[in-house]
Design a protein around this ligand. Structure first.
Ligand SMILES: [Zn+2]
Length: 284
C-alpha cells in the first residue's frame, strides 16, 4: 500500500481497500540538539503512518520531508523552503493524489512548526471547488504527560520498568521540559533507529530556556515562535533525557500508532465529509 511500491494496475484495488484514504506523513529537516538526527520529525511521522497502516490499511504517499523551519539558518542540516513553495507543493501533491482516485487525504504531521502552515493550507483548499477533502492531524498526540496521567490512574504499561515509571514521573511532577529533542523525541528515536541517537553528544548543548522572551509571552505574543531561538539558541529544548530508552519510546509510539489507525478507520467509514464537500461546492 506504499504508493511508490504499487504498480499502475494495483491502484484500483488500493483505492478499494483504503476506501479512498491516502496518508501523507510530514515533518521537516532541522537540528534536534546534537544527539538526534535532523530528520527526526519526518522519520517519526513516517514510522507512525507506516505502522498504523498495518493495523488499518490505507495508501501511504511518499513523505513530505521539507516542512516549515524558518529561522534555523545558523545550523547545518536545515532545509528551508519558502512558505509559498510549501503551500504550492501541498496544493499540487494533494490534487495529484485525488486525481489518482484517493478522495480523502490525511496529512500526518510530526513537526510543531508545520501547524500554522497546515492550518493555512487546509483552509486554502476551500478557495476552489475540489472533489476531495484534506484533513490534518499531529502524530505526536500522546506523550509523557498523558503517560504519567494514565500511570497515576492505575493503567499498566507492561514494557516499562519501575525505574522508567519513576523517570517519566520525575519529568512531569518536577515540571521539567521536553519540547524539542527532549525525553519524548529521544525515546521515540531509541525505538525507531537507535543507531541515530548520540547520547554522548547530549551534553554538548544546553536545552534549558534562557527565558529571554518570557516578558513577550506573558502578554500573549508567545503565539508566534519568532523568538523561540532566543530562549533555545541551540535548537534543543529539554532537560537532558539521559535515561530515555526504547521501552519508553515504544510505549509512546504504540499509542500514537493506535490513534492514527483509529483516525484512518473513522475516515474510511465516513462518507459525510465528501457529502459536505459536495454541498459546499453546490453553494458556490
Ligand atoms: Zn522534532
Amino acid at each position: 500500500m506504499r504508493w511508490e511500491w504499487l504498480h499502475q494496475e494495483d491502484f484500483d484495488k488500493a483505492i478499494e481497500i483504503s476506501k479512498g484514504v491516502c496518508v501523507m506523513p510530514m515533518g521537516c529537516c532541522e537540528m534536534h540538539g546534537e544527539h538526534l538526527p535532523v530528520g527526526q520529525d519526518y522519520l517519526t511521522a513516517e514510522y507512525v503512518a507506516r505502522e498504523a497502516s498495518k493495523l488499518e490499511p490505507v495508501c501511504l504517499f511518499p513523505t513530505f520531508r521539507f516542512g516549515d523551519v524558518q529561522g534555523l539558518r545558523m545550523w547545518k542540516g536545515s532545509v528551508i523552503l519558502s512558505v509559498e513553495l510549501e503551500q504550492a507543493l501541498l496544493t499540487e501533491l494533494c490534487s495529484e493524489i485525488a486525481r489518482n482516485g484517493f478522495k480523502k487525504i490525511i496529512l500526518l504531521n510530526g513537526h510543531g512548526g508545520n501547524i500554522p502552515l497546515l492550518g493555512n493550507f487546509v483552509r486554502s483548499t476551500m478557495k476552489e471547488k475540489k472533489d476531495y477533502v484534506v484533513v490534518a492531524r499531529n502524530e505526536y498526540c500522546w506523550g509523557v504527560s498523558e503517560l504519567v496521567q494514565e500511570l497515576d490512574a492505575g493503567a499498566d504499561f507492561p514494557l516499562l520498568t519501575k525505574e522508567d515509571k519513576e523517570y517519566v514521573r520525575d519529568f512531569v511532577y518536577n515540571k521539567k521540559t521536553w519540547g524539542h529533542a527532549g525525553i519524548e523525541e529521544t525515546s521515540v528515536m531509541c525505538k525507531i533507529a537507535p543507531e541515530l541517537v548520540n547520547f554522548d553528544r547530549m551534553h554538548v548543548r544546553d536545552g534549558l530556556s534562557r527565558h529571554k522572551s518570557d516578558y513577550l509571552a506573558e502578554v500573549g505574543f508567545g503565539l508566534t515562535t519568532r523568538f523561540w531561538l532566543k530562549d533555545y539558541p541551540d535548537s534543543y529544548a529539554g532537560h537532558h533525557p539521559e535515561k530515555a530508552n526504547a521501552r519508553i519510546g515504544e510505549t509512546i509510539l504504540r499509542r500514537r500508532i493506535e490513534t492514527q489507525a483509529e483516525a484512518c478507520r473513522r475516515l474510511k467509514q465516513d462518507d459525510r465529509v465528501l457529502e459536505w464537500n459536495d454541498e459546499y461546492n453546490k453553494m458556490w
